[in-house]
Design a binder for this molecule. Structure first.
Ligand SMILES: Nc1ncnc2c1ncn2[C@@H]1O[C@H](COP(=O)(O)OP(=O)(O)O)[C@@H](O)[C@H]1O
Ligand SMILES: [Mg+2]
Length: 263
């Protein structure tokens, strides 16, 4: 385990009721890297995300996040790790992380208040996170019901960002959105990737290879719980090696990658 890996999975397998759902997954993410995981429904994407969070214990293999074996943490070390907020999760449905009864701005900074971060620091981080996702201060004085789906998802991302995580795990962040909102969220994530540099790595999960290609430095293809392809986005799109990836790409009319895709 070296410190230049935000995430390292070594031969991780996960079973549900003795059925193997993830099978020998090895995957690394470097600081600042954006890795897209694509696969069809049931291929194990959400299970992979939950395993990274330490919410699912693997039957075999090891998960290291920022150098820590997340399945070995116990007691005080576990609590300290959770409090550190090193990994933050963004759900498909932003309403899972925004309280319907309070202004969006309050939901965004809720975690910081619980952690007793001083008010001036809370204000600084809130402003930085809102700017990072392109939301106006006056918009977040509203309740979640006063925002569009795309604005809500950007608020949920801001809520994760204020904790200043090393790794952001986004599970189908644009799947529930209409085309225009999807575009706004994808653009916000691309801007985030390009501005945060090596401070923030992202694991972005989707069944839609088109949106993933636009924001990811690397693409990982999951099929029936196994990684069948892992490479730089442009290479995977231009020359997919596995028949499953070839079919995925053939099913999408045009795939755009962005110029900041790093090798
Ligand atoms: N809590 C669970 N108990 C049993 N089986 C599950 C559970 N969660 C998911 N599965 C099964 O594991 C497989 C992978 O699911 P999931 O990780 O949710 O895939 P994806 O996110 O790619 O759609 C599916 O066959 C699903 O039915
Ligand atoms: Mg899923």
């Amino acid at each position: 385990m070296t410190s230049n890996r935000v995430l390292q999975l070594d031969a991780v397998s996960v079973d549900y009721d003795k059925v193997r759902v993830l099978d020998g997954i090895s995957l690394t993410i470097r600081p600042g890297e954006v890795v897209g995981v694509v696969g069809e429904s049931g291929s194990g994407k959400t299970t992979l995300a939950r395993t990274v969070l330490g919410a699912v214990a693997p039957a075999a293999g090891q998960v290291h996040v920022a150098g820590r074996d997340v399945n070995r943490l116990r007691g005080r070390a576990l609590r300290r790790w959770r409090r550190s907020g090193a990994v933050q999760y963004v759900f498909q449905d932003p309403l899972r992380s925004l309280d319907p009864g309070i202004p969006v701005a309050d939901s965004i900074v809720e975690g910081l208040k619980i952690a007793r971060i001083p008010a001036a620091e809370v204000a600084r981080r809130r402003a930085a996170a809102l700017e990072a996702v392109g939301l106006d201060e006056d918009l977040v004085t509203r309740l979640p019901s006063g925002l569009s789906g795309g604005q809500r998802q950007r608020a949920a991302i801001a809520r994760a960002l204020v904790v200043e995580p090393r790794l952001l795990v986004l599970d189908e962040p644009v799947s529930a959105l209409d085309a225009a909102s999807r575009d706004h969220v994808v653009q916000a994530l691309i801007a985030l990737r390009d501005r945060r540099g090596s401070d923030l790595a992202m694991l972005v999960i989707s069944h839609d290879i088109g949106s993933l290609a636009a924001m990811s430095d690397r693409l990982v293809v999951l099929d029936h719980g196994q990684i069948v392809e892992d490479g730089p986005t442009r290479g995977v799109i231009a020359q997919p090696q596995h028949p499953y990836t070839q079919r995925l790409i053939a099913s999408v009319p045009v795939i755009h990658t962005t110029s900041a895709n790093r090798p």
